[in-house]
Design a protein around this ligand. Sequence first.
Ligand code: NAD
Length: 338
Amino acid sequence: MENILVTGGAGFIGGNFVQYMAANYPKYHIYNLDLLTYAGDLTKHQAIENNDNYSFVHIDIADRQAIDALFEKIDFTYIVHFAAESHVDRSIAEPEIFIRTNVLGTQVLLEAAKRANIKKFVHVSTDEVYGELEFDPTTFFTEETPLQPSSPYSASKASSDLLVRAYYETYGLPINITRCSNNYGPYHFPEKLIPLTISRLLNDQKVPVYGDGKNVRDWLHVQDHCSAIDLVMHSGEIGEVYNIGGHNEQKNLEVVKTIIRTLGKSEDLIEFVEDRLGHDKRYAIDPTKIERLGWRPVYDFDTGIAQTVEWFLENKAWWEQIISGEYQQYFDRQYAQK
Ligand SMILES: NC(=O)c1ccc[n+]([C@@H]2O[C@H](COP(=O)([O-])OP(=O)(O)OC[C@H]3O[C@@H](n4cnc5c(N)ncnc54)[C@H](O)[C@@H]3O)[C@@H](O)[C@H]2O)c1
């Protein structure tokens, strides 16, 4: 059985990816490595946590000794690296932890991977490393767009991308870098725009919208992101970068209005708030390169939002325990004796 290390598998996208892999590739033993920060939640893996081919590893990726000890015990074939501090607002308030986890943590993993006999290190990055685009619908981020990050978050991700590239160029480490647009879907942490809007509307609370709400993001359903990473992991050309996006540009205000319509709520619940510092105007991906590998998204935005709203309605207990902070005790209860 081949071993796959998924870092950040207790988070939003990593968590969806762990479940995607468990459902589609029983031949792999999945090691879900996560520090369980405020964003990590293991309750989402209750259905697979006793499977023989699933293990949880509670480690900080920036802890060199712990990472080295893990790599001495287990031969990994693939590493898919999601673990990161991921929230732009938090990076503006507290940049330092972003450098430790996203930059140093990635370098620690690369160093361990360099000494191991891996087939592929997939580094999951973001389109935010390219900075912002003007409101000109004919311009897109390609893999050749220069890196011009605007926030401490995107600067730390860009730095980690460059380290991954350097380990390929210098040591021949077999890598791919993926840069995806904004994700949405099940298990999205309720501090980000779409789940925040859904959870607040369901409680009839005001929904905050930054500035005039005209900032444009390119939204992709998390399942489509998972299938793209699967394809890159198995078929991506070594050393290459792949942009991932579904040509689905939406103004933030439109996203909020779509959710309001889907839930049958009133637009009076919208509340414009002071804009985020350095708020990027527009992101939009040109996905031609990954489409040439054979990838296509399955979800259009209306279907994806309807499915996501439905999921949040059916899984109120999940996001209520997140909002209350109760989910953080799950690890202690579940793993105390292990
Ligand atoms: N959310 C998006 O729209 C989006 C889009 C493109 C790319 N990405 C990238 O995808 C990855 C996952 O994003 P997400 O939205 O799922 O993030 P998330 O914040 O939901 O999850 C991050 C996970 O990493 C873990 N983690 C944090 N620091 C750690 C450390 N030092 N050691 C081990 N684990 C640690 C957290 O506990 C959490 O489980 C990130 O690298 C992000 O940059 C996200």
